[in-house]
Design a protein around this ligand. Sequence first.
Ligand code: NDP
Length: 483
Amino acid sequence: MQTQPKASHFVDGKYLEDTAGTPIDVIYPATGKVVATVHSATDAVIEAAVQSGMRAQKAWAAMTGTERGRVLRRAADIMRARNHDLSVLETYDTGKPYSETSVADATSGADALEYFGGLAGSLTGEHIQLGDDFVYTVREPLGLCVGIGAWNYPTQIACWKGAPALACGNAMIFKPSETTPLCALKVAEIMMEAGAPAGLYNVVQGLGDVGAKLVGEPRVNKVSLTGSVPTGRKVYAAAAAQMKHVTVELGGKSPMIVFEDADIENAVSGAILGNFYSSGQVCSNGTRVFVHADILEQFLERLCARLDTAIIGDPMDPETTFGPMVSATQMEIVKGFIAKGEAEGARLVYGGKQLDQDGFYLQPTVFADVTDDMTIAREEIFGPVMSVLSFTCEDEVLARANDTEFGLAAGVFTKDITRAHRVVKGFEAGTCYINTYNLAPVEAPFGGAKASGVGRENSKEAINHYSEVKTVYVAMGDVEAPF
Ligand code: NDP
């Protein structure tokens, strides 16, 4: 497959190059080899993106919602038709196995385009009768939006931000992570093919400095970031200085609680999905798995047996179920956490080693006997490392589950429905799961509480974050004034 894009950026409906920008190599995580090189956006590229975005937004907002929705739904159809090629590219960008990318990336992006395309025609205001007078409200676009992505889901993030932004009548400039710059370019291409006006969805490459320039750009009205908590703080503060609208989807250290009456096989499946999908590089992962002491050894035994059946290898092989980490840097960070886990006295019950082959392969890793104060139980690792902690009492485990600055997700496994709802009510988290983990359908709001973020993506909630309400008071009589 041709992995080198036609040019680094996609601006005003076409590919755009400016080799004066710093080169960024794209490395295929399965081999460590460079498969493409793009250039960071220069100020000239950013200016072209801003100007064409502003121009396109005006034309786009003047269309009816139904017309806008038709373009988004056509884009969804094109994405689905090209799922194979887009999935292969996603695998080159991230290293995630094709068995995942073919069902979770372009497909999820297409879902977002279809869902928000369907909503676009029904974004209405309200009529509020006040005696003879009345008020009506109008839902208006914000203008030019900036999306900044993390590297774990480059296609999905480009669509999760782009689809609601465009449905509401905005334009978007998307900056992918420097680690995975390829997929968003394809999303931009598809938007144009589907009939979006040139400039409506621009992609510019770059590191954090390009992201920071876009956030600080006065003509940008809204910023949506998916990234780490430290970057989120910077972006939120910079956007606040200009009173911009902000959505930040950040990191987590989410708890998963497995009670003694849980279906163990399902709980193990949930723990596998919530720790090892995408080699553990998922923000909402339930990396602190609290297992009731009565079933702890049984849980660990089944977990290790199931991990033995993981097929680790070439991500392009459709049989492979566990691929490499995204980059050498991320792998070294995770190895550092594994070393800390061992040094602080956690019991390594599975994995823990880098594979002796090319690429950035780390074994799925499980620590037991983890205590709440250990580094691996407190900090987001963003890799295939599960911490198993034990508990005996519901109140105690809930307090421990919530004892973190993060609040992205949380899960509970139990057959007792009353307990399930009671525990979920107590969770301090934006997205909760009962007897499953890590599903994120476009119809459901997704986002974090506490330091894990501000705002919500997906569902009708996202509309509130990409539009604002204008209130119009209509007087039917004379104006009364005090003097
Ligand atoms: P980073 O926070 O390092 O980067 C996120 C994006 O922000 C990148 O595109 C980055 O550019 C850019 N960036 C960095 N600094 C700035 C700045 N000052 N201003 C504007 N943009 C900036 O996150 P990672 O890419 O390492 O992704 C991993 C993190 O993302 C994890 O913490 C994970 O939990 C979180 N995440 C959250 C999700 C959610 O929905 N809640 C989903 C997926 C991931 P560049 O990297 O090119 O320098």
